[in-house]
Design a protein around this ligand. Sequence first.
Ligand SMILES: *[C@@H]1O[C@H](CO)[C@@H](O)[C@H](O)[C@H]1NC(C)=O
Length: 210
Amino acid sequence: MKATFFAIAAFAATAFAAPASGVPGALQNVDDVVSSSVTDSAGLIEALESVLSGIQTDTGAINSTVASFQKGDISKEEAQTAASSEVADIQSKLSEIVSDLTGAVGLAVSEGDVDKVLNLVVALLSEVLSTVKSLVTILGLTPQLTLLLKSVFGIVSNLLVVLIGLLAALLPGLLAALSPLLAGLGNGVLAPILTPVVALVAALAGPGLA
Ligand SMILES: *[C@@H]1O[C@H](CO)[C@@H](O)[C@H](O)[C@H]1NC(C)=O
């Protein structure tokens, strides 16, 4: 499992110039990282629940911004500016959990907990993907939004790498859930910003790594 993790981490480190501030390097040498607030599976589940609920606040704000634009209460530019700062909030929450989990090594996790973690990760990704899809469909992509969203999905792929490193048992369930989710989005408006996640899932699904 360790070897698999390093192979995946090396892939992620070379494939994406890690956009998360504070994260670069951490993925390459887990042994150098000593502290994490996550020391067991209950802690991992708690951390994921908390990031999911934090991110739902941000996606809720994005949805209100989009709705305000649709009602004509704010201009498209105002909506794009507000949405950018809301996406930046998602970016920083995701960066935080990646940093935090990067220090967590060798968690013993029961099968029931693997399922809970899997469900939380899939809920998190679905929430972000569906919100971003409606945001991009209705407001379009500005250069700033493109940059932010590319960063968000780069961090998402780092998060997946770190989680699989912690819990190799997640891999089959993640692939089963993510492949159709991404296939449904990969050809549309989100295609250019989803590349890091699509590339990671393809690498994980391919022979040799998984
Ligand atoms: C925001 O909108 C998306 C797309 O309609 C939806 O999937 C998501 O659950 C909404 N989130 C919140 C918190 O309202």
